[in-house]
Design a protein around this ligand. Sequence first.
Ligand code: ADP
Ligand code: ADP
Ligand code: ZN
Length: 229
Amino acid sequence: MGCRIVLLGMPGAGKGTQAEQLAQALGVPHVASGDLFREHLDKGTELGRQARAYMERGDLVPDEVTIGMVAERIARPDCANGFILDGFPRTVAQAEALERLLKGNGTALDVVAFIRVREEVALARLAGRWTCRNCGAVYHTLFNPPRQAGVCDACGGELYQRPDETEEAHRRRLQVYQQQTAPLVDYYRRAGLLVEIDGEQSIEDVQADLRAVVESACGSLTAESAERL
Ligand code: ADP
Ligand code: ADP
Ligand code: ZN
């Protein structure tokens, strides 16, 4: 099944959590721009060096840098049959660049799932988020705790709080979201691609809604991918 999906929602809405599960079910890559940036930071690349200060403040990395990085990722063969974009696009310029890029391949987005939560819910989620240093899996001290404190269920890696997980950076990220990313809701609604999902439900219930949305946009899940559900 080919399916090109964008997950839209404010920081803390649950995009990464949902994308990870959906990617497993569909057998398409989970492409998270934040994770790509963090890989560059870890490897100490030039791109990582350019992105670091923006990320620490909670500001967006400039479009030129971000678009190039994501374009390179979705041009790889594992994305030929589809992908789940998480955290990209975050500006109208990024959305337009994505559209041009896909058009160039004779493809297009199938659906944009907007995971809606209130700001106070997003802040509470961000405040308790812990991330696996090794595989990037996310946990929450209260809402989604690992079996053993500080240790990733999936890979045994060490859990840490990202350096941009300060209250100040959280507030900044939500402000940046309202200014620069929220306009994409209307942008994609006008394009007829937007479907809204209530993100304040349990992780399982959000996932069920998301799968229903994806099935109706991309056709029913293949037997092979359905088996993995
Ligand atoms: P995003 O990628 O949109 O920033 P994450 O997937 O990283 O969001 O989730 C933010 C935090 O909220 C994480 O700690 C995650 O475990 C937790 N979380 C995600 N979805 C839910 C949910 N439906 N209910 C409660 N907590 C959630
Ligand atoms: P969250 O899950 O909390 O929203 P992300 O992991 O998606 O955070 O992003 C972390 C940081 O990486 C952002 O605050 C921003 O600095 C940078 N970043 C990620 N995606 C983009 C993007 N599409 N455009 C610009 N900057 C981005
Ligand atoms: Zn892990």
